[in-house]
Design a protein around this ligand. Sequence first.
Ligand SMILES: Nc1ncnc2c1ncn2[C@@H]1O[C@H](COP(=O)(O)OP(=O)(O)OP(=O)(O)O)[C@@H](O)[C@H]1O
Ligand SMILES: [Mg+2]
Length: 331
Amino acid sequence: MGSNSEILRADSLYHIYESNAEDGNVVALRGLSVSIAEGEAVAVVGPSGSGKSTLLKCLGALMKPSAGAVELAGRRVTRMTGPELVELRQQTVSFIFQDANLLPHLNALNNVAQPLLHQGVLARPARKKAQELLDRLGVGERAYGMPEELSGGEQQRVAIARALITEPKLILADEPTGALDPITSREVLALFDRLHKEDDVAFLLVTHSREVAAFCERSLELREGRFIAQHGVDVDIGELSGSRELIVDDSGTVTLPPDVLLEIGGPGRFELPEIDRDTLHLERVAEDKVDVEGSEKMVLSPSCPACFHSYGESEEQLCPDCGSSRPMVQA
Ligand SMILES: Nc1ncnc2c1ncn2[C@@H]1O[C@H](COP(=O)(O)OP(=O)(O)OP(=O)(O)O)[C@@H](O)[C@H]1O
Ligand SMILES: [Mg+2]
């Protein structure tokens, strides 16, 4: 890959579903950050209810997170509205939802052509390209079927064709092969793989399938609205651990979570007494608690970004009301 540019970046996302019902508000995202490089394929795995679909909707700017920032292709979507946002989304990203979400009053061909028509492409070339994609996905002969007349697997393939027709740089997909039989599922994965390898399309895929996760360069494990671990290609989804990892990126940057930062005594200057492959040992330079050059002074946030709980004098790392991570903010 060799490129450091990001197609997608999210910083400290929180999302709360407000409800007046007895079971009250649901905190679905509790402070999570993620970065996807151009052309990278990443899987999101995690149990039902862990926030996978919520995360995808926030990342694709279909839903505004309660707090936090999302950048698509270097532009801050959480600050954009209206036509500007729609345009950026159309140019950059496509979705494949958990349930196919086809427009019920349009046949398969027109469902697939519709995003191009939206972009002002003429009907004839748009339909031609739509038919080619339907053929590629093995549902070409169902082009004139209405969604309700198609099987679940056929609907899902039509939805995939619709996602591909705009040639997006990023595909956000929620269980894209969930409704497919193993053979069709493998064909769809092979198509994704070609798009990934030949056209440099980036993917963020929510999946329960080991085969889908294996197609990705890494898998992120989501639990209760937070990423708790990252796994390589050989992840065994059946045996995910609750272990904790820090990620050092291509540029060598590692971000310490606030509680780890607090535990090592806050910002400062550190020595590396020995440098070995695969391990890093940091030792604080004695008494040297001077401000790190150029950085702002950061303190624990006085309130929870998700539910607005006030921490008062407490040094808690997790919100006692909603369980969100407590972020650091500028003093
Ligand atoms: N519209 C909503 N209103 C209220 N709560 C919601 C809403 N959508 C999701 N939730 C809740 O938010 C949490 C995360 O839901 P989400 O759909 O993101 O989970 P998921 O990981 O996609 O699960 P699954 O694997 O079952 O699809 C769950 O507790 C869910 O009940
Ligand atoms: Mg879901």
